[in-house]
Structures are given as structure tokens and as C-alpha cells.
Design a binder for this molecule. Structure first.
Ligand SMILES: Cc1ncc(COP(=O)(O)O)c(C=O)c1O
Length: 368
């Protein structure tokens, strides 16, 4: 039985009757960049997250960049973040001329460990950038507490966490501002690149609205040198169709995760823990195994696709070799990257596929 990590073709087949008229509306209005669809999506997504503002942008990376600038991150500042993330989290810090300062993860959750933040703070520290990795909320109360004590700003990287909840509140509404990616593979994915910044802060939102469009505050009035980071009408139109499904899709992801946990209980592997007060949205279902390469190969021979998130932590990527952080600097993130394996999880998985995957994993890794 073939099991893919994702099936965007099947998803399109389900949505086609709604997507095509939505794209047609964009063409008929010729609102290809920003425009009505983007404004409508911004309003709907802000309501969804429970924030005052949502600013539609061209990617999650653009949203991280503008979010950091809006919070005052400048050249020579430091921003504290996790090494267990996609490179974009650190890149956005570098775009500001600032320096990413990593702290190790809590192995139980794979997220940044708030207990380690304080010792990484220096007079140059301006902000903390936690990532809700795999869709599991970082411990935001503990992070906010440190931020308040040291007068730091907090930006949430919620690129993998659409609809996640922390203590009842949605990702994107848990800090000074939140960042989302709508890359096609995300839980809420566009049909191309897209991103958004969410915030309750008028100044942050106003800055991002101007900065995404060459620093314009009115047509051809350029207050400052900005960027071309605008969201496209087509992407907003697709996202509006999919947003209506997001509750149901998220509930299905959570149900599949519970089923995997049940079927894998007692097998020789570990699974990051969920806090019962929060809601993980399972962008990835990650297991930790000791002999990962062999597991990947054996699953592939049974036509089960897997992905590794992430094979190397950011501080060990060649792109950040200039930071001079050798292997062993963040042992828990490094260990996670050596063992993490993402199993197929998307709302279209059938009960038979879930059982097939779990049974195969169990047979391959053995019992505890
Ligand atoms: C944690 C994280 N941050 C940032 C990004 C960047 O988003 P985008 O690809 O939309 O620029 C991603 C996307 O892969 C991500 O997973």
C-alpha cells in the first residue's frame, strides 16, 4: 500500500469546485496583488487567530523579516531562538543585520527550552523568537515571563502551527506578533508562496503594511525604504477556501495522531509529548528512532514515504558556520536531529493507511 506524506492532488480534487470560481473572481476583478481577496482573507484570518490585525505577505520568511523589524531588531542586536527549526527562522534575523543566538531544546517537546533563555541574554539582546515546531506550541508563558523581566520583544514563529492553541489561545495571538507561512505543504497552504503577520499592535501592523509595499503609506508616498513582500490575490482566494476547512482538517490531524500514539505504544521509539492544556496541530508527526537510516529504507521498501525534520540543526548548517558553533554546542537539538523521523500525516489518510504505517514501524523498530 502506497502512503505519501502529503497528497495535494487529492486535496485539489476535493476543493476544485470552490477553488476555480475563487480564482476566476480574482481574474475578473484583476486584483492580482493585494486587493479585495487579500483584505477579506486578512480579516478572516485575524478573526480566526483572535488578533486585531493580520497583514498578508509574500511568504513566511518575509513575515519573519518584517515582524523582527517591526519589533525594533536592528544591526548588531541579538535574537534568541531555537536551532531545531527551518533555516528561515535564523535567516530573517540575519536579514536585519542581527545575530541569531541559539538555546537548546527541551527534548520532551522539541521546542526551545525557556529555562535556558536567561543565560543567553546579553546587553545586545532585543527579542526572543520561539518556534512552535511540528505544530506544538512553545511554552509561551515561561518565555513571556523572561521577556518581561528583561524588557525583550517576542515574535512567534507559527509557520507550522495554524490553529494550534496554547492555554486556550491561538498561535499568532501569544506574543507581540506572530508569523505564519502558507507554503503549499503547510496545514493551511496556498497555491504558491504566502505568509502573514498577526498582531494586536497598531504600530506593528502599520509598519508591516507600509514595509510590504516599498514603504508606501499612500500611493507613491514612500516613508522609508521597504520591500516587495505583498500577498497575491490568487493566494488569498485559495486560502479563504481552505480556511473554512481548517477546523475539520485540524481535528482530523489530531485524531490521526492519537491513533498513531495508540498503535505505537510500547514500540522501541519515542514521541514528543503534548501538554494536555494545549493543542498541537501535528504539522508533522515525529518519532525518534535510533537507527533512522535503516528505518527510512525499510519503510520505503513498503512504499511508506517519510521525511526528516530536520537532518541538521541550524547552527551546524554551512550557512551558519561563521557563528563558529561546533557539534556538541546544543546536544539535545543535535540528538533530536539525528533521530527525528516524520511519518505520513495529512487529513486524507485512511484508517487502513494509518494501521499499515504503524504496523510497519512497529515491526521495524521492535518492542521496548
Ligand atoms: C518554522 C518555519 N519558519 C519559517 C518558514 C518560512 O516560511 P516560507 O517558506 O513561507 O517563507 C517555514 C517554512 O517552511 C518554517 O517551517
Amino acid at each position: 500500500m502506497k502512503v505519501a506524506v502529503l497528497d495535494l492532488k487529492a486535496e485539489y480534487a476535493e476543493l476544485r469546485e470552490e477553488i476555480l470560481p475563487a480564482l476566476d473572481r480574482v481574474c475578473r476583478n484583476a486584483a492580482f496583488v493585494l486587493g479585495e481577496e487579500v483584505e477579506a482573507f486578512e480579516k478572516e484570518f485575524a478573526d480566526f487567530c483572535g488578533t486585531k490585525h493580520c497583514v498578508g505577505l509574500s511568504s513566511g520568511t518575509a513575515a519573519l523579516h518584517l515582524g523582527l523589524l517591526a519589533l525594533g531588531v536592528q544591526a548588531d542586536h541579538e535574537v534568541i531562538t531555537t536551532p531545531n527549526t527551518f533555516l528561515a527562522t535564523a535567516e530573517a534575523i540575519t536579514y536585519c543585520g542581527a545575530v541569531p543566538v541559539f538555546v537548546d531544546i527541551d527534548p520532551a517537546t522539541a521546542n526551545l527550552n525557556p529555562k535556558l533563555i536567561e543565560r543567553a541574554i546579553t546587553p545586545r539582546t532585543r527579542a526572543i523568537l520561539p518556534v512552535h515546531v511540528y505544530g506544538r506550541p512553545a511554552d509561551m508563558d515561561a518565555i513571556r515571563e523572561v521577556a518581561v523581566r528583561h524588557n525583550l520583544r517576542v515574535l512567534e514563529d507559527a509557520a507550522q502551527a495554524h490553529a494550534a492553541r496554547y492555554r486556550g489561545r491561538r498561535a499568532g495571538a501569544l506574543a507581540h506578533a506572530g508569523v505564519f507561512s502558507f507554503y503549499p505543504t503547510k496545514n493551511l497552504g496556498a497555491y504558491g508562496e504566502g505568509g502573514a503577520l498577526t498582531t494586536d499592535d497598531d504600530q506593528v501592523a502599520n509598519f508591516a503594511r507600509a514595509a510590504r509595499s516599498h514603504g508606501q503609506t499612500a500611493r507613491y508616498e514612500h516613508e522609508f525604504v521597504g520591500y516587495n513582500y505583498r500577498m497575491q490575490g490568487f493566494q488569498a482566494a485559495v486560502l479563504r477556501v481552505k480556511l473554512r476547512r481548517l477546523y475539520a482538517w485540524t481535528a482530523r490531524r489530531q485524531e490521526i495522531a492519537r491513533e498513531y500514539r495508540r498503535l505505537l505504544a510500547g514500540a522501541r521509539l519515542e514521541i514528543p509529548a503534548d501538554d494536555p492544556r494545549d493543542e498541537c496541530v501535528y504539522h508533522q508527526f515525529v518519532i525518534y528512532v535510533s537507527n533512522r537510516n535503516a528505518v527510512v529504507t525499510q519503510l520505503a521498501t513498503r512504499e511508506i514515504e517519510t521525511v526528516v525534520h530536520y537532518p541538521r540543526p541550524v547552527h551546524l548548517q554551512p550557512a551558519y558556520s561563521s557563528l563558529g558553533l561546533p557539534p556538541g554546542t546544543f546536544p539535545l537539538a543535535e540528538r533530536a536531529c539525528e533521530r527525528a523521523l516524520s511519518l505520513p500525516l495529512h487529513p486524507g489518510l485512511t484508517p487502513e493507511q494509518i494501521q499499515y504505517v504503524a504496523k510497519a514501524v512497529r515491526e521495524i523498530v521492535g518492542e521496548k
